[in-house]
Design a protein around this ligand. Sequence first.
Ligand SMILES: [Zn+2]
Length: 167
Amino acid sequence: MCNSDKSRREAFTALGGALGVGLLSIPADGAEVAALAITCIDYRLVDDAVKFFGAHKLTNDYDQVSLAGAALAAVSDKFPSSNTAFWDHVGIAIQLHHVKKVIVVDHRDCGAYKVAFGKDYKADAAGETAQHTGVMHQVKAKLAKTHPELTAEFYLMGLDDKADRIL
Ligand SMILES: [Zn+2]
C-alpha cells in the first residue's frame, strides 16, 4: 500500500468518526445520480428491475443495493445485518453520488417476507399488499426522520414484472 492510499484511508476513517457512522465514509467522486434503488435479491426479478428503472428513465442514473426483502431489510429484526447494510448504503449513496431519492421495490411471493412473518400470501394478494404497505410505512417514517432531504418511492412488483406504486 502506498502512502497516499494509507492517508486516504485514514482520512475516510476520520470522516466516518466525525459523521458518527460506523463504517468508512466515502468522499463524493464528482458524479451525481438521481436515486438509490433498493431491491430484493430474488433471481426472478433481476432483469425486471433493470427494465423497471429503465422505464423510469433512470438507466445508468441510480445506485443499487439488493437485500433480501428490500423494504423489509430496513426494519425487520429478523435481519439485523441487513438493517445496518440498508441504512449504511443510504448514507454512502448520499455521500458518494448525492442521491436525492430512494426507490424501494418489494415484490410478491418474497421469501424474506415469508421468513419474517411466517405466512405465505400466495392466495391473498390484498393481504400481501397490506403486509408490504405496513413495512413501507415504517421505512418511510424512518427515512423522513434520518434523511428528511430525500424523497422516497415504494413499489410492489408482481412476478409478472408489473409494479404498483404503494407509497
Ligand atoms: Zn424477495
